[in-house]
Design a protein around this ligand. Structure first.
Ligand SMILES: Nc1ncnc2c1ncn2[C@@H]1O[C@H](COP(=O)(O)OP(=O)(O)O)[C@@H](O)[C@H]1O
Ligand SMILES: [Mg+2]
Length: 254
């Protein structure tokens, strides 16, 4: 078996007395698309932030290509960030920057790419997410929600990341726009050959994107398997989640 791209071992994270991640164990293989599902407030975004180094875990380890990166110094962290692409929950574009400057932000600020070259790359990325070059010089507020998501995707892929994280990429979009975003995600992740971790509530999105799925509940992955296994499992938590049922183990435990 090849070395997993990302390994998470006994990861713990609490805020004060509130334990969010109690014991996370997960291996994600190189080139794999892993999808995390789970109720609101179960720590899905916190998990991504721990992997990215935006939050420091209380215990446990995160290994990338077998190397422990849980507590790397700031300079090395900066180098590592170049290997990551991220689409934040809500898209989180900079209102005061034009579309091309949003896409080029990481290239110019973290990687020191000069403006004229960064602009060329941004225009190329606009094409890769099927947006016309004419949007390059306008501001995010002038775009529809679906177009903003495309720009956020273009920004996430701009640095040709090895690993890419999508936090609820289709939340708030209508089903047709969501399908388009899902297709663009799959196409661009494949094109990069990247390893992807996506958080979603959207089962349709999951079916488009996932190789494997993990269900996060009370700080742990209580079920991990392929999409085919997900459809066949008797696990009542998974069944309630994928069928969107109002009654089930989640409801009775709340
Ligand atoms: N920086 C923070 N400080 C304190 N509490 C936080 C912080 N970030 C997240 N939390 C709490 O951790 C829990 C999980 O949050 P989050 O990972 O955002 O959930 P979700 O699964 O919906 O993405 C929530 O109760 C949230 O309030
Ligand atoms: Mg979240």
């Amino acid at each position: 078996m090849d070395q997993p791209k990302i390994q998470i071992r006994n990861l713990k994270k609490a805020f004060g007395s509130k334990v969010v991640l109690s014991n996370i164990n997960l291996d994600i293989n190189a080139g794999e698309s892993f999808v995390v599902i789970g109720g609101s407030g179960t720590g899905k975004s916190v998990l991504i932030k721990c992997i990215l180094g935006l939050l420091t875990p209380d215990a446990g380890q995160i290994l990338i290509d077998g190397e422990d990166v849980t507590h790397v110094p700031a300079k090395k962290r900066q180098d590592m960030m170049k290997r990551f692409g991220m689409l934040f929950q809500g898209g989180a574009l900079f209102d005061s920057l034009t579309v091309w400057r949003n896409i080029a932000f990481g290239l110019m600020n973290a990687q020191g790419v000069k403006a004229d070259i960064a602009r060329q790359i941004a225009l190329e990325k606009l094409r890769e997410v099927d947006l016309p070059e004419t949007v390059a010089n306008i501001y995010p507020a002038e775009l529809s929600g679906g177009m903003q998501k495309r720009v956020a995707l273009a920004r996430a892929i701009a640095g040709k990341p090895e690993m890419i994280f999508f936090d609820e990429p289709t939340t708030g979009l209508d089903p047709i726009v969501s399908s388009t975003i899902n297709q663009l995600i799959v196409r661009n992740v494949r094109h990069l050959g990247a390893t992807a971790l996506t958080i979603t509530h959207d089962i349709n999105s999951l079916r488009h994107i996932a190789d494997r799925v993990g269900l996060l509940f009370k700080g742990e992955f209580i079920w991990v398997g392929s999409v085919a296994e997900m459809d066949q499992t008797d696990n009542p938590y998974v069944k309630q989640f994928i069928q969107g049922l109002p009654e089930g183990p989640f409801t009775s435990l709340q």
